[in-house]
Design a protein around this ligand. Structure first.
Ligand code: ADP
Length: 347
């Protein structure tokens, strides 16, 4: 599809360039012949006043005016045709390269989109298949005992909850692609709201939070930043042993402020680290053994939100020891103002 689009775009570039080139050539031809005619006319006046000049500098008789004009016109036409052929060849090659460069980002975006659709439908199909199989087996049994029927419904409900979480994740991925209203917001408030959102999970796992996030003003959309920190915190809870502690901290690094989430959980293998921000990627440790719930969407949503803020997420992790995820964001100007105020007050 993109091959033929590239050729079609090249053809359009060629048509446009050649139309411009031909118009210029005609204009050059017209102007040059007019100029030529005028200069030959001036020569003719000299011939009339100086008859000895007619036999040219070599002694041969000079061509008649019309002949000279015709020869010059022919030479000009020939040169212009040559020039246009050269432009056609050059523009063909350059146009093709330009068309490929123009279409490549669109091709990449479409590839990403179709891979995403394929991955999403694959992930959506897994719980649906589980539900379908269970229902089919139950329907075949004409005398299904009520407790088994209840068990089936409970299992289906569980799959529906998973589907809901997955579709909510997919929706978030779609939502956070656009532009966000960025305004100064407090890192302290963001962290506090994220912790409050995960209070229940913290309680269930008996995990303590050591929150040392200070009132740094970063540039962002408060709700999106809470979503992001909540994803990092949720992972820290999921991949940490119960009764452990998760540390939240903040600071300033150059023109950026950061909020970090440090856990003492299972950590991430070095070979998995480059992939954890990919959609639907789950490290083996999350799929096996304890079967930690998730779809591998959290960190890709987090990365997308960070990028919409012109920020980034850094990871430091050691398998078996724990991980630190740091969200780096541009600092708001209000930091400088409050710093100046603080310096003034202390002076
Ligand atoms: P999910 O947690 O739903 O699997 P994520 O996109 O949030 O998806 O994370 C991708 C993978 O990165 C996880 O499957 C897990 O293997 C790894 N990971 C993320 N955060 C942590 C963490 N704090 N500790 C250990 N592994 C983590």
């Amino acid at each position: 599809m993109f091959r033929s689009a590239t050729f079609r775009l090249t053809l359009w570039y060629l048509v446009i360039i050649m139309i411009i080139s031909v118009i210029f050539s005609v204009a050059i031809y017209e102007l040059s012949t007019r100029e030529l005619r005028a200069s030959l006319h001036r020569q003719a006046i000299i011939y009339q006043t100086l008859p000895w000049y007619r036999s040219g500098p070599t002694g041969y008789p000079v061509q008649s005016l019309d002949q000279q004009l015709k020869t010059a016109k022919n030479r000009l036409q020939f040169n212009l045709v040559l020039l246009n052929l050269a432009i056609l060849a050059g523009a063909g090659g350059a146009g093709y390269l330009l068309a490929r460069r123009t279409l490549r980002p669109i091709e990449t975006a479409l590839d990403v989109q179709s891979r995403f659709t394929a991955d999403a439908s694959h992930e959506l199909r897994t719980p649906l298949t589980a539900m379908r199989t269970e229902i089919e087996v139950a329907l075949r049994d004409a005398k299904l005992p009520p407790d088994q029927a209840r068990g089936l419904l409970a299992s289906n409900l569980e799959e529906i909850t998973k589907l809901e979480a997955l579709s909510a994740g997919l929706l978030k991925l779609a939502q956070h692609g656009g532009n966000l209203p960025l305004e100064p917001c407090s890192a302290e408030d963001v962290a506090a709201e994220a912790v409050a959102r995960l209070e229940k999970a913290l309680e269930q796992r008996n995990i303590t939070i050591d929150n040392k996030v200070k009132d740094i003003q970063v540039l962002g959309d408060q709700q999106s930043l809470v979503d992001l920190v909540a994803i990092l915190l949720d992972n820290a809870i999921k991949y940490s042993p119960s009764k452990s502690t998760i540390e939240l901290a903040s600071g300033v690094r150059g023109r950026q402020g950061y909020i970090s989430v440090r856990d003492h959980g299972k950590g991430i293998k070095a070979s998995d680290v480059p992939h954890i921000f990919d959609r639907f990627y789950r490290a083996d440790t999350s799929r096996n053994k304890e079967q930690v719930s998730g779809y591998g969407l959290g960190l890709s949503i987090a990365k997308q939100i960070a990028e919409a803020h012109k920020g980034s997420i850094e990871v430091r992790s050691q398998a078996g020891k724990g991980s630190t995820f740091a969200l780096l964001l541009p600092l708001a100007d209000s930091n400088n103002q409050s710093n100046k105020k603080a310096r003034k007050n202390s002076a």
